[in-house]
Design a protein around this ligand. Sequence first.
Ligand SMILES: *[C@@H]1O[C@H](CO)[C@@H](O)[C@H](O)[C@H]1NC(C)=O
Ligand SMILES: *[C@@H]1O[C@H](CO)[C@@H](O)[C@H](O)[C@H]1NC(C)=O
Length: 545
Amino acid sequence: MVNLHGSTAVRAGRYLLPLVFPACCALWVLLFFPSPPVEVAVFRQSFQPNIALTGQRAVDTTTPWPSERREMVDTSSPPPPLPTERHGVINAPPPPLAPARQARTEVSGQAGTETPSPPPPAVATDRNRCAGRYIYIHDLPSRFNSDLIRDCRSLSEWTDMCKHLVNAGMGPRLTRTGGVLPSTGWYDTNQFALEVIFHSRMRRYDCLTTDTSRAAAVYVPYYAGLDVGRHLWGFSNGVRDALAEELFEWLRSSPAWAAQGGRDHFFVGGRITWDFRREGGGEWGSRLLLLPEAKNMTMLAIESSPWHGNDVGVPYPTYFHPSHAGEVASWQRAVRRTRRPWLFAFAGGARAHDGSSKNVNAVVRDAIINQCARSRRCGLLVCGARGRRNDCYAPGNVMRLFKSAAFCLQPQGDSYTRRSAFDAVLAGCVPVFFHPGSAYVQYRWHLPADHRRYSVFVPEDGVRNGTVRVEDVLRRIGAREVAAMREQVVRMIPSIVYRDPRVKAGDSFRDAVDVAVDGVIERVRRIKRGLEDDVGHQWDAYFDK
Ligand SMILES: *[C@@H]1O[C@H](CO)[C@@H](O)[C@H](O)[C@H]1NC(C)=O
Ligand SMILES: *[C@@H]1O[C@H](CO)[C@@H](O)[C@H](O)[C@H]1NC(C)=O
């Protein structure tokens, strides 16, 4: 939701987007795979655990969590209680107690025991269950991943990443949310922690192989975002690129690379793609994605490029990391039932104008904050200079607001996307987007192809020039239509959350990692068959300015 490194994107925007926009329109490659019908799949997942996955793991190559990570458990005092004052405008009732209690019961009943699900189908064997789904994980030297966690003090000047990387990347458990959130499954997760969460999940993927010739895809557990993130401010370009260049040298000399020239390899970027795309003469980020090896690989990133084919958007991590299907279903029931006194809501900060009115994002932000502040039907949580900064960083505050609104406004942030869009979905709040780059061209494996089913699109031009009032647009949407959209959003929850990575694969639901891995496998299959990605052009007009 909030970019913890506010100046990052101001700079990224200032230096990078002006270069990127003109350079890239010709390369506008949008790939819409014949992905599984998300709605249908998610509907099934929401209500019944996937019993096909209950068999034994095919190849257990899971290694125990390195001991240095265990030592990082936050031993500081518990967080202070949330402020009781609700920022004036936030006045939502606490969630119904029943679902929360139920969630607790289910979780405690499950903890550490075998799955209570029906027995696995007798005929299912690892061989047929995993056919075409095997993943090989590169055993990288520790400097590419766990050393970065060990040296977590150096990862950010502003944020205590040591605190945020505990619990397999989920961060410290949230225990005091004043009844806003259930007492299990919720963590103070940093938006840049995805690489660690994803790696932790992949260690327990149920179809791992140590035989590269059987692998449908090859995972490279390099923490690309943590690596570049520590060098974005005040380091030379050479320092920013060094580890990525070393990685590619290492990969090129590995037997697994040779078979496909790395085109079956994938890795995760827990930062936006622009942090890895320093063009010639540019000053921001690393050149990682411009290196020839990276061009053969697939990167899963929290924000992908609309103009380049080899990175694909995956959801930002949210605060919810359920362990099993019952915990998700319980939360879905809670957000279906919650009272939503606000028609719409916004949580976020104003953006710097840099002394000119050219910063479109800042102008749109101001307009949205002003429209919300003036409306009696909008709940507003202001961050940064104009608000009390910490309000926006307290997960309970954000979730309380989003659970009490029908629509949640998601203007561009420092870049196209915001974590807040996924916090909104998680709260059953229908997202309102102002630019297609904020979601529709990003998360094509995780969001339904038809954006009207789960979101509202209000082109930002009208908001910027003052001719469109968001409230008017939203009021025109009928109650039945709002309810249908909300139901769609609630059904999307399982596939946009990252399951607790410490829980064994098996009796569970398909989460964001499962969807992403299936997407990668299908993409690699197409690449091997020499098929081009499907190109969509629906949104081209919004990008070629
Ligand atoms: C990328 O893939 C192509 C096609 O397989 C291959 O010829 C090329 O050598 C690969 N690039 C690198 C850097 O390995
Ligand atoms: C405002 O923007 C909308 C959408 O681009 C456009 O149709 C309209 O003409 C603009 N109005 C003014 C007064 O600039």
